[in-house]
Design a protein around this ligand. Structure first.
Ligand SMILES: *Cc1c(COP(=O)(O)O)cnc(C)c1O
Length: 362
C-alpha cells in the first residue's frame, strides 16, 4: 500500500534552521495552505505552534475553519478570502487579506452585520506580480478607509514574482522599490507604524536585507528552498512509499499499459505500483520522466500513468511482489523529479491526493 510519511522532527529542524537565518526581529508566518503543501495541516500546524511560530496562513477560508476546528488558536491569515465566505471567516476569528476595493467594501459590510469593530486585517499591494493586490495608486483610498474603526490594521505586504532568481534582478528590484514607496506613504499617514512583509522562502535566502517585520515561509518548512545551495540547509519532510502489487515478465516486443505506451526492447520484468494520476502522480511522470527506487535501485516509469496504477521497468533489480518502493524521499528529491517532468516541487507535493494515508513520524 501507498503511504506518505511526514517527519515532524525534520519539520522542527527546518523551522530552527530558517529561524536562525532570519533577522532577529522578524516574525514568521508559516504557510500551511493546501494541506501544508500536500502533507497534513493539523499536526504540522500544532507542531509549528508548539515551536513558537507567531502566525499561520492558508489560502482559503475553509482551510482556516478546519484548522480552528482542530484547535489551532494563533493568528491565522487567509491569503485569498472569497467575499462569499466573509461570515464564516469572522465567526472563526480568521484574519483576511484585503486586496481590492470590492473585497474591502464587502468585508466592511460583513463587519457591520456581525457588529464587529477593530477587526484584524492585512492589506496586500500588487507591485508587479499582477495576481491579487491593490494597485499602488489606490494607496490613498486605502489610507482613507483605514480611518474607520471597524478595522485594525495588522500588516501590509506584497509578493515577489521570482525570489529564487540570482541577484541582481531588475524586475525584483523594481518590485521592492515600489513596495518601499508604499511603506513610506503608510508610515507618513498612519499614527501607528504598521508591520510589513515581502518575502517567501527563497526570498528569505536571497534577500536577507528585506526580512522586514515578517516573512511568509511555506515550502522551506517542508524542506525545499528552490536552489541547491539553500536546499542543503533543509530536509524534505515527506516520503512517498509504496509496495509492489504485481510483477510481470515481459518479452521483447510486448507492450505495457494504455495505448501500448511502452514496448519492451528486450526481455525484462516490470512492477505494477498502486498509485496513479488520481493520487497526484500525474501523467507527466510517464514515459521515463519519472522514476522510483526499488531496493535503492532506479526503475523508470514506463508508458502512460494510469488512474490508480503505474508500471516501472525493474529489469534485474532484486525484488518481489510486496517489496517496498520509494517514490519520493531519500534518494528521490521531489524538486528533481518534478523538474524532470516539467513542473515544480510545489505542484508535485500539493497534488498528492487524499487516497494516500498520511503517516506521522514524530
Ligand atoms: C504560498 C505563498 C507563500 C509561501 O511561499 P513559499 O515559496 O512556499 O515559501 C508566501 N506568500 C504568499 C502570498 C503565498 O501565496
Amino acid at each position: 500500500m501507498t503511504i506518505l510519511q511526514i517527519d515532524l522532527n525534520k519539520l522542527e529542524k527546518n523551522y530552527h534552521s530558517l529561524r536562525k537565518r532570519l533577522n532577529p526581529h522578524s516574525k514568521m508566518i508559516g504557510v500551511i495552505k493546501a494541506n501544508a503543501y500536500g502533507g497534513v495541516s493539523g499536526p504540522i500546524a500544532e507542531r509549528l505552534v508548539e515551536m513558537g511560530i507567531e502566525a499561520l496562513a492558508v489560502a482559503y477560508t475553509e482551510e482556516g475553519v478546519q484548522l480552528r476546528k482542530l484547535g489551532i488558536k494563533i493568528p491565522l491569515l487567509v491569503f485569498y478570502p472569497q467575499v462569499q465566505n466573509f461570515r464564516p471567516l469572522i465567526h472563526n476569528d480568521l484574519e483576511p487579506v484585503l486586496y481590492s476595493k470590492l473585497s474591502w467594501v464587502k468585508f466592511k459590510e460583513a463587519l457591520v452585520e456581525e457588529k464587529q469593530s477593530d477587526y484584524p486585517i492585512h492589506i496586500k499591494y500588487n507591485t508587479g506580480l499582477n495576481r491579487i493586490g491593490f494597485h499602488p495608486e489606490e494607496t490613498d483610498w486605502v489610507l482613507e478607509q483605514l480611518k474607520d474603526s471597524s478595522f485594525k490594521l495588522k500588516t501590509i505586504y506584497s509578493h515577489l514574482a521570482q525570489t529564487e532568481v540570482p541577484k541582481p534582478n531588475e524586475d525584483t528590484e523594481n518590485q521592492i522599490s515600489l513596495f518601499h514607496q508604499i511603506m513610506q506613504k503608510h508610515n507618513r499617514a498612519l499614527k501607528h507604524k504598521p508591520e510589513y512583509h515581502l518575502l517567501n522562502t527563497s526570498g528569505v535566502f536571497n534577500y536577507p536585507e528585506f526580512h522586514l517585520d515578517w516573512v511568509r515561509i511555506g515550502i522551506g518548512l517542508y524542506g525545499f528552498a528552490n536552489h541547491p545551495k539553500w536546499n542543503k540547509t533543509l530536509n524534505p519532510i515527506a516520503q512517498l512509499k509504496t509496495k509492489i502489487t504485481q510483477i510481470h515478465k515481459v518479452k521483447s516486443g510486448e507492450t505495457v499499459g494504455y495505448n501500448c505506451g511502452w514496448r519492451a526492447k528486450k526481455d525484462t520484468r516490470i512492477a505494477v505500483l498502486p498509485i496513479g494520476h488520481a493520487d497526484g502522480y500525474s501523467r507527466q511522470y510517464g514515459h521515463g520522466k519519472g522514476w522510483v527506487l526499488v531496493n535503492g535501485k532506479k526503475a523508470n516509469v514506463i508508458g502512460n500513468v494510469c488512474m490508480d496504477m503505474v508500471m516501472v521497468d525493474i529489469g534485474k533489480i532484486p525484488c518481489d511482489e510486496e517489496s517496498e518502493v520509494v517514490m519520493i524521499g531519500s534518494g528521490i528529491r521531489a524538486d528533481e523529479l518534478a523538474e524532470n517532468a516539467g513542473t515544480i516541487s510545489y505542484e508535485l507535493l500539493s497534488s498528492l491526493g487524499n487516497r494516500i494515508p498520511r503517516v506521522l513520524k514524530t
